[in-house]
Design a protein around this ligand. Structure first.
Ligand code: SF4
Length: 351
């Protein structure tokens, strides 16, 4: 089959499998590589040492897959209509805010399986097809690739934004040795807007397109394994797993649309659970209730650490103090106890 025809077929298959966008690009990412190296040099990646370790593997696809000359970039929406409204949760200090991407089934397996189905179909059509499929699973400069492939632009908040679909979506890639015709790079439509920069609770977007991950609530609550610096705790509010503020305020998210993927549906009520109820989970309950969701990648310690901060920031109440004291009495983890003590002192503080 001619590659032009095959390209159209792949687009068709991706739609059938629930993807919301697809684009084809080459592997030349020089400009983005310079941005990445500068970002690493400034140590904005914090304790994500793997980013440093991988170096230019991320920006040179043929280092990850020798022989790769094209990347097919895929986009899949994850917002679900059943989700309790984000702002209502953020404004209710007794509820726990969990980043919307983490509420459904783990996207890694959902998307990767679909990418492999597409690869299998390509393999049936063409000889000597070589590929590797990735979903946030290897050093891939996924947003830069998606921008080059025409799926959207990298906004000042450093997320990929699509004119018709906002930014609530996942990205996945197929690296390949097939010489597909490439698509046009997307233009930027941020214009004079700076809403994400001025809204970020911890001022993590230090300049347009520059995120100091060390300050970002997603990093602090998910990537960081140890103590959350005190200077960020008040600003974290009730966000216990990730943060969506820079997406919530982005005007382009007025156009975000629902996912077609059933598995991203939410049935575990994690979109509006109370902080106390989540704090009272045993380790076994934590594992069971977050099974197959992205939340499962943090430890039980991180879970309790994050909720302690949420409870410290919640409305003052005897119930909150009581559950903090109880957890403190049964915990022998000094790091956790330090976070609980911080929460207790905030609860007892007279304004
Ligand atoms: S909030 Fe404004 S500046 Fe930030 S990413 Fe969206 S459009 Fe761009």
């Amino acid at each position: 089959m001619k590659t032009e025809l095959l390209k159209n077929k792949i687009i068709e298959w991706s739609e059938e499998l629930g993807f919301d966008g697809i684009g084809f690009t080459d592997i030349h990412l020089k400009e983005d590589e310079a941005h990445l190296l500068n970002w690493l040099k400034n140590k904005f990646h914090g304790e994500m040492y793997y980013m440093e370790k991988h170096g230019t593997k991320r920006s040179r696809p043929d280092k990850l897959m020798p022989g790769a000359i094209r990347v097919i970039s895929f986009r899949m929406n994850y917002l679900n209509n059943n989700t309790y409204e984000s702002e209502k949760v953020l404004n209710n200090k007794n509820l726990a805010y969990i980043s919307r991407y983490a509420l459904g089934n783990d996207y890694h397996s959902e998307m990767r399986n679909r990418l492999h189905i597409i690869a299998k179909k390509i393999n049936n059509e063409i000889k000597d097809f070589k590929y590797r499929a990735f979903v946030d699973s290897a050093p891939v400069l996924e947003k830069a690739i998606a921008q080059k492939a025409g799926l959207g632009w990298i906004g000042k908040n450093t997320l990929l934004i699509n004119k018709k679909n906002g930014s609530y979506f996942f990205l996945g890639e197929i690296y390949t040795n097939i010489d597909f015709e490439t698509d046009e790079k997307s233009e930027s439509y941020c214009g004079d807007c700076n809403k994400c920069i001025t809204t970020c609770p911890t001022n993590a977007i230090i300049a347009p397109h520059v995120l100091d991950a060390k300050k970002c609530i997603a990093y602090l609550t998910i990537e960081l394994k140890g103590t959350i610096p005190k200077k960020y705790r008040d600003s974290i509010g009730n966000r216990v797993f990730g943060c969506d503020d820079c997406q919530i305020v982005c005007p382009w998210n007025r156009f975000s649309s629902e996912t077609k993927i059933e598995e991203f549906g939410h049935n575990n009520k994690l979109d509006s659970a109370s902080l106390i109820s989540l704090f009272n989970w045993s380790e076994k309950e934590f594992k069971e209730n977050t099974k197959n969701t992205p939340i499962n990648r943090i430890s039980y310690f991180q879970w309790l650490r994050n909720i302690s901060i949420g409870l410290g920031n919640s409305n003052k109440s005897v119930d909150v103090l009581d559950c903090l004291e109880k957890k403190k009495n049964i915990s022998n983890d000094s790091l956790l106890i330090e976070h609980i003590d911080w929460a207790i002192s905030k609860q007892k503080k007279i304004n």
